[in-house]
Design a protein around this ligand. Structure first.
Ligand SMILES: *[C@@H]1O[C@H](CO)[C@@H](O)[C@H](O)[C@H]1NC(C)=O
Ligand SMILES: *[C@@H]1O[C@H](CO)[C@@H](O)[C@H](O)[C@H]1NC(C)=O
Ligand SMILES: *[C@@H]1O[C@H](CO)[C@@H](O)[C@H](O)[C@H]1NC(C)=O
Ligand SMILES: *[C@@H]1O[C@H](CO)[C@@H](O)[C@H](O)[C@H]1NC(C)=O
Ligand SMILES: [Cu+2]
Length: 594
């Protein structure tokens, strides 16, 4: 069984340029006998390998991998500094790594054990092919999971590589509801040992949702964080906490996976004396290239390999925010502290590294590379089928800082998600839902995202799309010319987060091959809460026929409405994560009155 869904081959042949690669019987034999190992990471099994077009085919393992995630109300201090309120998964920060094989089914049971917050878990980067209802976006694909209730998510790992999952409810992932995902599969370079994932984030000593309110009412400049965490730990500069330590052996080659799980910061990463060979960006394999300064914006992932070919010793893994409105942390004010983690060779002394490394640039921009497999996009329909989406900030009512897409600040109703409209056949979408329809099946749609030249603040934004990888046809500064000249239709990068430059543009394309309501938003959590998002409503008449139960959806909404409308409820922050708080502003928690 090669195709996960019987309709897929047909579907893709109708997008001629998506170019399904013909595999001859001889190739398949060769591939089937080729098994994944340290010297053959390009192989996988059963005729699948690094050359497989993952939008079209994936293994059918018949395996279901199950995880239980229990979200609790607790405190934490991952850097040893002050304890603050945290929401954690299974009592750990970050949450457990979810790991499966390419082609597996996942079944993840989320228990909301918080007393006074909903939740909603989004599986970042996972395509959710024909399973939009499992996307975990409250206000779009589900109602929040009410306190004391449980929701089971089920999806198929049709892609492979590194990703993450996080709460899509308020800015709750910044409070701790976050973890990594590894889907094991083939790779574009060989390595001996997979070291796993290093999630990177800034760390604030205040609650993220309180900072949102400061940001809303304040001058608009995001606050500086107190620290930066690598795999959930760092020292705090006052002798507390510990560094994450990676233990390696001289002579071996290692794979390491980075995820930026931050609320606000873009990072540069470097490993002293050990250049990275970058092999994947988000969930897409790329042509390996080497760098000593890897830029990772929020939501992005990079998989790298490096060789332990230096003297047996300790080396710094350095992590530094980009400048230009892309992050600022007070830990860097302390010159005695090196921010990052330690690479420790077996046999070396257990001491802090004395290594020196590359000087990291402050750029707030994406890496430049090529996809491993080129999947061309037709340029002939660009003029007819491209649409501009304008991103801009401004002041809304009560002088609150808001962000707008085409003049409209997103505002979802978490008691009436988009899929409710779809099921009811109700097309009276509120303008604040920022719905853009993609009615035609299996066509390329092109989107020009223009960061307005007079935006204030005028800063880059990490733009993330649900339900698809996009083909990044181009990006630049100034106003997009409208011409296809300079756009890359033949070897475009595919990924799910790209950085929209300040006063600049992105041109994205993706085919309408996945019915659903798919959010596209800035992944700076506060900007999403300030309205910087929109949703593509793709082939709406086919959505309810896709995987997932509307009965579960309805039950979740009933439970949420019962909780939210209960007279004894004490949660007061009305931000769903995708809406500016509507007036009257009821916020009265810590941080109010600023
Ligand atoms: C966490 O527990 C405290 C104390 O019981 C309570 O006041 C607070 O509302 C709870 N928060 C959430 C999100 O459940
Ligand atoms: C990250 O931390 C977890 C939990 O402590 C640990 O199991 C994992 O091995 C760490 N990952 C790396 C790459 O060190
Ligand atoms: C359709 O949605 C609009 C906006 O939420 C609502 O006012 C209207 O009552 C709905 N119509 C039906 C028939 O449910
Ligand atoms: C979430 O929990 C925090 C901390 O207990 C609380 O202050 C806030 O009002 C809650 N938010 C929602 C949306 O319930
Ligand atoms: Cu933004």
């Amino acid at each position: 069984m090669i195709f996960g869904l019987s309709t897929l081959p047909l579907l893709f042949t109708s997008i001629a340029s998506c170019g399904a690669t013909a595999i001859s019987a001889r190739d398949i034999n060769a591939r089937q006998t080729c098994s994944n190992g340290p010297a053959s990471r390009n192989c996988w099994s059963g005729g699948f390998d690094i050359d497989t077009n993952v939008y079209e085919s994936w293994p059918s393992t018949g395996q279901t991998v199950t995880y239980d995630l229990r979200i609790t109300n607790t405190t934490c201090n991952p850097d040893g500094g002050p304890k603050k309120w945290c929401a954690l998964i299974n009592g750990q920060y970050p949450g457990p790594v979810i790991r499966a094989n390419w082609g597996d089914n996942l079944r993840i049971i989320v228990h909301n054990d918080l007393q006074n917050n909903g939740t909603s878990i989004h599986w970042h980067g996972i395509r959710q092919l024909n399973s939009c209802i499992q996307d975990g976006t409250n206000g779009v694909t589900e109602c929040p999971i009410a306190p004391g209730t449980t929701k089971t998510y089920e999806w198929r790992a049709t892609q492979h590589g590194t990703s993450w999952y996080h709460s899509h409810h308020t800015s709750q992932y910044g409070e701790g509801v976050v973890g990594s995902i590894i889907i094991d599969g083939p790779a574009t370079a060989n390595y001996d040992v997979d070291l796993g994932v290093l999630p990177l984030t800034e760390w604030f000593y205040e609650q993220i949702f309180v900072l949102l309110w400061k940001d809303l009412y304040g001058p608009g400049a995001p606050p500086a964080s107190q620290n930066v965490l690598v795999n959930g730990s760092m020292i705090d500069g006052a002798g507390h906490g510990r560094y994450t330590k990676l233990s390696i052996q001289k002579g071996k080659t290692y794979r390491l996976r980075f995820v930026n799980t931050a609320v606000n910061h873009m990072f540069h990463v470097s490993l002293d004396k050990h250049p990275f060979t970058v092999i994947a960006a988000d969930l897409a394999p790329i042509k390996p290239y080497t760098t000593t300064d890897l830029k990772i914006n929020i939501g992005q992932r990079y998989d790298v390999v490096f060789t332990a070919d230096q003297d047996v010793s300790n080396y710094w893994l350095r992590v530094q925010p980009a400048s230009g409105g892309c992050g600022r942390s007070r830990i860097y004010d302390n010159a005695a502290v090196t921010v990052g983690a330690i690479l420790h060779y077996d046999g070396a002394q257990d001491e802090l590294p004395a290594s020196t490394g590359a000087t990291l640039s402050p750029a707030c921009a994406d890496e430049v590379f090529s996809p491993f497999k080129a999947l061309p996009v037709p340029s002939s329909t660009f003029a007819a089928r491209s649409e501009e989406l304008d991103f801009i900030s401004g002041r809304g009512n009560q002088n609150i800082v808001n962000w707008f897409v085409d003049g409209s600040s997103m505002d979802v109703d978490w008691e009436k998600p988009t899929l409710d409209y779809v099921r009811d056949g109700n097309t009276s979408y509120l303008s604040s839902m920022n719905v853009v329809e993609m009615p035609e099946a299996n066509q390329w749609y092109f989107w020009i995202i223009q960061n307005q030249l007079n935006a204030n603040p005028n800063i880059p934004h990490p733009i993330h799309l649900h339900g698809h990888d996009f083909w990044l046809l181009g990006s630049g500064t100034g106003k997009f010319s409208g011409s296809t000249e300079g756009l890359n239709f033949d070897t475009a990068i595919r990924r799910d987060v790209a950085t929209l430059p300040a006063s600049g543009w992105l041109v994205l394309a993706f085919p309408s091959d996945n019915p659903g309501a798919w959010l596209m938003h800035c992944h700076i959590a506060w900007h999403a809460s300030q309205g910087l998002s929109m949703q593509f409503l793709e082939r709406k008449s086919e959505i309810t026929g896709t995987v997932g139960s509307m009965a579960d959806f309805d039950q979740g909404c009933t439970e949420w409405s019962r909780y939210w409308n209960s007279p004894t409820r004490s949660g007061v922050d009305e931000d769903s994560g995708l809406r500016r708080p509507p007036p009257p502003y009821q916020f009265s928690g810590p941080g109010s009155g600023i």
